[in-house]
Design a protein around this ligand. Sequence first.
Ligand SMILES: [Zn+2]
Length: 432
Amino acid sequence: MDIPTNSGPDAGRSIDFAILNAAGHCSAAVCVAASIGILVESGFTRFFLAVVAPASGIYALIALAWVRRWRQSHWPSRAASQETHTLVVRDSSASPPKLGAAQRWARSKHLEPTSMTETSPRRHTVAFIMSTNWAGSTALGLVIGSRHDAAFLGEPAMILRRDAQGGWRHQEFCMTCGSGSAAVCPLWGPSLIAQTRTDPDRFYDLAAERLPGARFFVDSSKNMDWVEGAVSRRHVDVKVIHISKAVYRYAGSVLNRRRGRQPIEAIGWHWANENREIREWCAAWNLDYLHVRYADFARDVAGTLQRIGKFLDFQPDPRQEEFWAYPHHYIKGNPGTATHFDQARIEHLKGHNRELYRQHHRMIFLDDTWKELLTQDDLNVLCSLREVRQEMEILHHEFPRYSPPSFARRIRGRLIAGALRVSHRIGHSAHR
Ligand SMILES: [Zn+2]
């Protein structure tokens, strides 16, 4: 039987309120203490930059979170209509350890497992590539999917994405068919999109009907609900490849596309949080898990493919890493990677990427743009953030040369991290 992912708009509300109140008091206390210290130590300009500006941002974030929570509790029907996925836990006997983990996880999210049913007789192996944005998941998926008995699907979770008005948000369903229309694509057209929207649970059955030679699928959807749906279906055998980029490489990718939109501390916090969530989520579900560092993949594609082959039980095909030489039909993914199929797409790339992909057409290369985009001060702040340091160590990424930032920057880092944690917690419980 099915378990709704949301036990109502009030779920977790009292906890959020307590956290908000605590965060408000703590922020105020820290601001007062920091204000006195910095005012005495450094004068008004640094006082303003270090405390007043970030503190204003934090309170704006908290206010936004309140508005979001208020809207949800006052328009429950709209919130319910946005809940397009259901979490389904099926079959208790086949894999007790996985189900146990699922139940523990469900309880921690205030969900109640209910019944078990059987749907599809055919088993599918799906290798999910989970990552932050710009960690190399598209190139890695294409390399794995270039095997004769595998298929890279890109990010099929996009099929179910809706816009604010409730309409379907994503329109481009094949990155290689040129027209961007599903109608002409042998995999996605003409009906796979509509059928998936009608019955998302049948997605891998439908894909298998169109790809009878595929022993396994590679799916790089960056949507936890989508992956949870697959994990909880008995006929889908889930493997997870977690690919991560070191934080400074990730920050370089963000700045290359969205310079100036968010403080460097926020970029670092999001990087750490997303990677931590992926690790902890895989552990909670007791999934087969392999971590790959982006830099290792880019420097040694053949060696990485051997590792992945052991994990997914295959011997790499000859020249499998030259993914552009094989047919692929996939949804979304990195626009830069798509230029290896269609050189004309290079002109649409942003920032340094246009030149980078022009120089490296039909090559897998290590993107070192961060060296041009990040200052030493950025590196100091990024690598000193507690959450970032922890995650860098767990994922075995190398640190660049850096030194601890000033006291004022450290305070600013803690304030920003605290505000983001509160805002994320509220957003997460509203989504659930
Ligand atoms: Zn296509």
